[in-house]
Write a protein that binds this ligand. Sequence first.
Ligand code: CAA
Length: 260
Amino acid sequence: MDYKNLLVEFKDGIATVKINRPKALNALNSETLDELKHVGNALNDNKDVRVVIVTGEGEKAFIAGADILEMKDMNALEGMTFSQRGHEAFSTFENMDKPVIAAVNGFALGGGFEVALACDIIYASDKAKVGFPEITLGIFPGFGGTQRTAKLIGLAKTKELIFSGKTITAQEAYEMGLINKVVPHEELMKEVTVLAEKIKANGPISMKLAKECINKSLFLDIESGLLLEAKDFGLCFGTKDQKEGMTAFVERRKPTFKGE
Ligand code: CAA
């Protein structure tokens, strides 16, 4: 499918999704949300794709939030539907069978930061700024920000960010535990690609199962979480990848994982 608001590139098992509305600093309108949901599902089904990278087109922004022009005249029901549209779109990335890396190349504000938080790993440029300015617009984060941020950094730090609407540097976000790594701006895509290549070399089935266990850990009590882990761990032993990984170790060679 051709997308109006996204650029999608494929290279050696790595798919890169770029939000492509640079004139509006990649703000998310309904059409872009629907395209994100579509591409998320398509990449999940594409067995040739092992890792997904999400980034923004242009020098200035990853995504400057939900589209304020579109939201301005919404009524209550339209606001709720818009929020749910965002939830559906971002959940396709969070629940994708494969790892998703956000490459935050500039402003990641409001709904933009919420996209990054739905990804598995966040690398950011040292020029990036992040935050939740929604409160200054008379709303609050509605694309998962209240839920995913609180689970990541706890209630108090989340409330400080959301109640103040302040924008913080990538370094500050790193120190709060919101992002994985800050890299020099020019090095961002190189560093993200190095990580993607390292991840890509590993077994896709064990990766999918590990992601499921880690994501579910936020919602399960310890007993249920450990049971899920034991079952998913056991499933690995039904794969050719597990036999290949351990045989390669014994034979002192690098494994070749086929996702079987
Ligand atoms: N929605 C729609 N358009 C936006 C936008 C947004 N979120 N952010 C930027 N733009 C547009 C601007 O209107 C401007 O368009 P024009 O050139 O046609 O006037 C263009 O992008 C460039 O923006 P600026 O001129 O403002 O650029 P700047 O460098 O002076 O400022 C900025 C950059 C600080 C990021 C500023 O654009 C800004 O504050 N943007 C809004 C950030 C924001 O409030 N995000 C939260 C949105 S609400 C939300 O996300 C809700 C939710 O959780 C679901």
